[in-house]
Structure formats: C-alpha cells, structure tokens
Design a protein around this ligand. Structure first.
Ligand SMILES: Cc1cc2nc3c(=O)[nH]c(=O)nc-3n(C[C@H](O)[C@H](O)[C@H](O)COP(=O)(O)OP(=O)(O)OC[C@H]3O[C@@H](n4cnc5c(N)ncnc54)[C@H](O)[C@@H]3O)c2cc1C
Length: 511
C-alpha cells in the first residue's frame, strides 16, 4: 500500500478534528495559531522541541538565561500598524513589559569607522554625517526615502496580500500608500542607495546595515524590508522583553490556550498526509495521525517540501522558487557568561564587528554581539553579564567531523571569536565564567532547520520582494508561514507572515 493510500484509509476512520494544524511553534507558527484561535478556529500547534519559540526560544545554564537567537526586537512599538508583536499579543489579551534600547547597533568597522545607530533619528543622521560630511545630502535623502516606504506600511492594517477583498479595501482607504508600496515592491535597497550616495565606503556601510539582518548586501535586500528596518528602529524602536526573548513565545502560547487553542510539545511531524492532491493531516514520529481542514508548516520550505512531503513530488512552483533562493549560512554561536567588570562603561547592547570589508559575507566574517543583560540584568547572576556572539558559518565545514574533532574545532573557532572580542572588551578571556558553543549543526538539531540555515537568501539580484512567496502553496490545504515566506527573516517579519497566513485561512474557512 502506498503512503497516500494508507493515509487516506486512516483518515476515513478519523474525523477532521481541527480547523488548522500548525507544524512548529516558531514566532510565525504561534502568531498564525493565536490569530486563528482569536477568530474562533479550533487550532492545534505541534512542536518537536520541549518549549515554544524556535529561533526565538531560550535555554538556561548555570544561572544564565540565554536567548537562542533573536535579541534585537522590532515590533514592540506602541503606535502605528507595524508593531506586530504588540498586536499579536494584544489579540489574545496578553502584553509584555519591554525595555527600550537607546542604540540599535554599535558598529566597529574597518578603517576605525565607529558608529552608533541611535534610537533618535536625528542623532543617528548627525553621527553618520559627521563621518561622511561630503555625503550630507545623500545620507538624508536615502534614509528619508526609507521613511516613505515605512510610512506607507505603517498607515495600513498588514494582512494577507493574497486576499483580494482586503487589497481592495486598503486600496480605497489608503490609495497613495498602496501605490507607494507597489512602486517599491520590485526594488532593492542598493538601487535606492546608489541613487543618492557615491562614497564607496558609505555604500559599504549601507551594505552592512542590510547584511546584519538580511545576510546579503544592499543590492540583494528588498527595499520594503530596508524601509521597515531603517525607520522602525527610530519609530517603534528596539525594545527588549523583560525576562528574555523566550517570554514572547510563552505569552503567545498562554494567549493561544486561553483562546481555546492547543499546543503539544515533543510532537515531531514526520509527514504531511495527502488525500489525492490535498494536504489533510499530519503523521507524528510516534506514529499518531491527526487531521485538520488546513495544514500550516512553520518549518522552512526545504524541510516542508523535501522532508515532510516526498521530494520527487515537489510542485513546479517550489522548484522555481529554489532556482531563485538558496539557503543562507547558519551561525557559529558563543553563549558566554562574563564578569560584569569586563564591559567598558556605557557599553551598548548590540555590536557588529568587521575588520575587513572583503570578509563581510565570508564564513566567520561579520561578528554579531548581543549583551541583553545591559537591558535586563535579571538574565544573569548578580555581577555577571551574558554575551551572545555569533557569526555566519556553513554546515559543510562541521557536518562530517567525528565527535572529538568536532569538539576541538568548536573550541578553536570559539577562541578566535574571543580574541576578536578582546579588541572591544579587553579582559574578556580572563572574565569568562561560562561558555557554550553552537554551530550550524546545533541549529539544525535544536531548531529543526535544514542545514541550520538562518533562512532563504536570493541566489542573484531579484526584483525586490516580488518573488517571495505568500502563505498559500501549490498544494491545496497546505500553507507555509515564517521566514520562508513573504517578507522574510526577523521576528516582526515572521509575525507579519503569521497575521497574513491566519487572515488567508480565516477567509478560506469562512470564519
Ligand atoms: C543567531 C540568530 C540571531 C537572530 N537575531 C535576530 C534578531 O536580533 N532580531 C530578529 O528579529 N530576528 C533575529 N533572528 C531571526 C529570527 O529569530 C527568525 O527569523 C525567526 O525567529 C524565525 O521564525 P519562524 O517562525 O520562521 O521559524 P523558527 O523559529 O525556525 O520556528 C520553527 C519551529 O518549528 C519547529 N519545527 C520544525 N519542524 C518541525 C516538525 N517537523 N515538527 C514539529 N515542529 C517542527 C521548530 O522546532 C521550531 O520551533 C535571529 C536568528 C538567529 C538564528
């Protein structure tokens, strides 16, 4: 009997218990689930790990509470429409206390280019202009154009662009904003930057401004995403949730459950069950089968279409997508507990370190640093801080190493990172209290992401966001949500995708 036939016969014995089954409790999956539950849908989230959050989860060791990944959090603003984390929590009657971060990033760049992106827009523009006085006008015009994009986005309710009645409604309510966005949709940040800026070093700076969240330079970064990030950091600002990033997922789960939704942990989905061409259910590693009217995958597209569904049956639309996008690298991550006195006074929470522009995109080139205890000291024992340092790296350098070589390689790579950090935090090595090292292998294992990837990146220059897929897939009944869908990586971006996915499903189910 084929897998499909087996699945069909088991379905015949089991009623469709759920309106929607969501595979994965990353931020994309949880926003979809909580939105649907708040609209009255019967929802089940299946999470393979022990806690919710995926890349926005946490772990605890020796009195430290470490964020797995994200810690520079957009989407917690109080006004406008782009504050999607605030809105997602509010929809299920939840809220979180957040701590405003006065500086988004302290850059430590080649040629002693030191720069801080202040929360206060004019403060940032004057600091950048002081470094590039000959580009005064270009800097202003570039970032002001990003504001135009943001203002369009921030004037309308952000829901599914696959829903024609919503599109018509927002168009009639905000015709100028919609036309503005249509204009920017096929553009990339590099196109806009080169319109106004000539200085090659300043253009490099715009590249790293993109790279630090899109992991590609400005030419490959969609203008819509750039407009969002470069403006919202000064509008809603960067705000850290008290108690750590893991509290966001936990609060969404609490809200989901209060709204009648369910979540199950240690529930790894191994197969999406098909009935003919339609996705109708899931099979768990335990062998249990569950059925729903709609199935949502919060796994990456590679995991969804190559592992949960038979790769040989991959829809041609997905094959085409794979010719346009590839997996970004994962990360080499150091989670450190350090004595508080190694941090110079007035240190900022987030740093980017790059010594050579040629290495920006190289494995272990750009080094990202987060010190969330500067905002919330409760995450570490008194007198200590957390430093999370991470740098892009490929699985292939790590995957075939036997255990002892893997451990040796991890240690060697970690000390190289510590050496680089010593340049801004002298005494770090001596002040180390705790160190845990992760590689793309770790991310693959704990986050269930193919090759431990951070997410999809364009293979070549694409027309902005035009080619990024929405939530419906070529498989009827199956939707995707999260960073493999429009508009891409980052917590606020995947929350957008969650709002859109839930909206589309609610319309499809007539909720
Ligand atoms: C090191 C690092 C730093 C980052 N820093 C930032 C930052 O500062 N700011 C920011 O906004 N973003 C940051 N990001 C990006 C951000 O964390 C991600 O884009 C976002 O969290 C992805 O959410 P998601 O819902 O798409 O998927 P994920 O977080 O990957 O969640 C998917 C979930 O699905 C589960 N799952 C997968 N397969 C199955 C299965 N078969 N069965 C059951 N469950 C399954 C996984 O266990 C996981 O919980 C960072 C990411 C990393 C890795």
């Amino acid at each position: 009997m084929t897998a499909t036939a087996a699945s069909s016969s088991s379905r015949a014995r089991s009623p469709q218990a759920y309106d929607a089954i969501i595979i994965g409790s990353g931020m994309g999956g949880l926003v979809t689930a909580s939105q649907l539950a708040s609209k009255g849908a019967k929802v089940l989230v299946l999470e393979r790990y022990l806690i919710p959050g995926g890349s926005a989860g946490y772990f605890e060791r020796s009195g430290y509470r470490f964020d797995v990944g994200a810690s520079m959090i957009f989407g917690f603003g109080e006004q406008g429409t782009t504050n999607l984390l605030t809105r997602a929590l509010d929809a299920v009657n939840m809220s979180l206390e957040t701590i405003p971060d006065p500086v988004q990033i302290h850059y430590h760049l080649p040629n002693q280019l030191e720069l801080k992106v202040h929360r206060h827009y004019e403060g940032f523009i004057s600091e950048l202009t002081a470094k590039f006085p000959h580009e005064r006008q270009g800097i202003r015009r570039f970032y002001d154009e990003c504001w135009k994009i943001f203002n369009c986005l921030n004037s309308m309710e952000l829901l599914s662009l696959e829903e024609p009645r919503y599109l018509m409604r927002v168009f009639f309510q905000h015709p100028l904003a919609c036309l503005g966005l249509v204009k920017y949709l096929p553009q990339n940040v590099g196109d806009i930057a080169r319109r106004y800026i000539q200085d090659p070093e300043l253009l490099k700076f715009i590249d790293i401004e993109c790279y630090c969240w899109s992991v590609v330079p400005a030419d490959l970064t969609p203008a819509i995403n750039g407009g969002m990030v470069f403006s919202d950091r000064h509008y809603g600002g960067i705000n850290y949730p008290k108690g750590g990033v893991g509290t966001i997922a936990q609060a969404l789960v609490d809200g989901l459950e209060k709204a009648g939704g369910e979540i199950r942990y240690k529930a790894r989905v191994t197969e999406i069950i098909m009935e003919g061409r339609r996705a109708v259910g899931v099979k768990l590693a335990s062998g249990e089968t569950l059925y729903g009217r709609r199935i949502v995958s919060n796994a990456t597209r590679w995991d969804t279409f190559e592992k949960l569904l038979p790769p040989e049956k991959m829809p041609s639309r997905e094959r085409r997508w794979q010719t346009r996008y590839r997996k970004s690298p994962g990360f080499l991550s150091l989670h450190m507990g350090v004595a508080a006195d190694i941090l110079p006074p007035n240190s900022e929470c987030h740093h980017i370190i790059l010594e050579d522009w040629q290495q920006m995109e190289a494995a272990q080139g750009t080094l990202f640093v987060s010190i969330p205890t500067l905002l919330d000291p409760s995450l570490a024992p008194e007198g200590y801080h957390i430093i999370h340092a991470f740098t892009p790296d490929w699985l292939e350098s790590w995957q075939h190493l036997p255990p002892d070589e893997y451990e040796t390689a991890k240690e060697a790579a970690a000390w190289e990172v510590v050496d680089r950090l010593e340049a801004i935090f002298p005494g770090l090595d001596a002040g180390l209290d705790y160190l845990e090292v992760g590689t793309p292998r770790t991310h693959r294992r704990f986050l269930g992401r193919d090759e431990g990837t951070y997410g999809p990146i364009p293979r070549h220059k694409l027309p902005g966001l035009l080619t990024m897929p929405f939530n419906r897939t070529a498989v009827p009944g199956l939707y995707c949500v999260g960073d493999s869908t429009f508009p891409g990586q980052g917590l606020n971006a995947v929350a957008f995708s969650g709002f859109a996915c839930a909206h589309r499903i609610a319309v499809d189910l007539g909720l």
